[in-house]
Design a protein around this ligand. Structure first.
Ligand code: AMP
Ligand code: FE
Ligand code: FE
Ligand code: ZN
Length: 291
């Protein structure tokens, strides 16, 4: 979308924040207020597999003189790896993308119920406990199960739940349906958005997709990598910067804020102005909301 310099975005940018429309703990407007209080002036709301928070977040951002980029973190899967693909500025009414996110959200519910039934054989936990931790028909995930475990006094916080009961090694874990990353990139791009792989190089070598596969994603229209993220390894960041430079990709930095659900604070990583501008210029699906 051609950029209008008189409507330039407003500066310090954090392009990965979650609200209670997925697994963040705060309503979209509160997420925006927190971001503003941490000095941010450009933000994207990127709830997992849904876009229902855009209007509230956009309104809150406009009221605070901030620039708002609509976004989403689309669940994908490469072999056994869970892969998250951030999508920015795509058309929320795109039928193909909408059908896929509906399918993912639907499968996440059955999967969460199976996990809870399995945990419930060993701990005092029921599906109602989990429902009590979700709002607004949110995208259900393990964080909500973690919150139910906290409410039951079984663990202290989400971190303890993920390090223990929810860790795959404990045997309660189940995957949920998610598309192949190539499909995810094509869906976002097909809806006029820009696709950016979230936290692509977290600890554990097997969590990183092979470079040859990353190059296939680039050929399929991948726009960039989220490099400055607290869970990316130093070695992985160097590797990604190298690949991004070779392919002239967008690189972003973000907090992945989840309210009180994670230690990540808004603005702990930010995205450079020129990269925000490239994102905006590349998208055709929807415009950012300028103040
Ligand atoms: P799921 O998609 O249901 O498998 O759950 C994965 C989600 O859990 C991710 O979106 C993370 O935001 C969240 N998560 C992963 N590890 C942790 C952790 N240690 N503490 C809090 N949240 C976490
Ligand atoms: Fe999350
Ligand atoms: Fe993620
Ligand atoms: Zn995230």
């Amino acid at each position: 979308m051609a950029s209008d310099l008189s409507r330039r975005f407003a500066g310090p940018a954090d392009l990965h924040l979650h609200s209670n429309h997925s697994d963040g703990t705060e309503a979209p407007a509160e997420v925006v207020r927190q971001a503003h209080a941490h000095g941010l002036r450009t933000i994207a709301l990127t709830d997992h597999d849904r876009t229902t928070g855009w209007t509230e977040a956009g309104d809150a951002a406009a009221a605070l003189g901030m620039t708002f980029l609509p976004g989403m973190e689309l669940s994908a899967k490469h072999e056994w790896r869970s892969v998250h693909v951030l999508g920015y500025l795509f058309d929320a009414d795109d039928a193909a993308l909408g059908a896929e996110t509906a399918r993912i959200r639907g499968d996440r519910i059955g999967r969460a119920e199976r996990i809870v039934r399995s945990i419930g054989r060993d701990y005092d936990l029921s599906w109602d406990d989990v429902l009590a931790q979700t709002t607004l028909d949110a995208t259900v995930g393990r964080p909500h199960i973690a919150d139910a475990l906290v409410a039951r006094g079984i663990v202290r916080d989400r971190t303890e739940a993920f390090d223990g009961i929810l860790h795959p090694r404990e045997g309660y874990y189940e995957p949920h349906y998610a598309p192949d990353p190539l499909t995810a990139v094509r869906l976002i791009t097909g809806a006029g958005g820009v696709a950016v792989i979230a936290h692509p190089v977290t600890a554990g070598r097997d969590r990183m997709m092979p470079v040859s596969f990353l190059e296939r994603l680039i050929d399929a229209g991948l726009g960039g990598f989220e490099i400055d993220h607290r869970e990316n390894t130093a070695e992985g960041k160097r590797l990604l910067r190298d690949i991004a430079a070779r392919h002239d990709l967008i690189v972003t930095g973000s907090s992945d804020y989840h309210g009180t659900g994670k230690p990540n604070r808004p603005g702990e990583n930010t995205t450079d102005d020129d990269m925000v501008q490239r994102l905006i210029d590349r998208a055709t699906g929807t415009a950012p909301r300028f103040p």
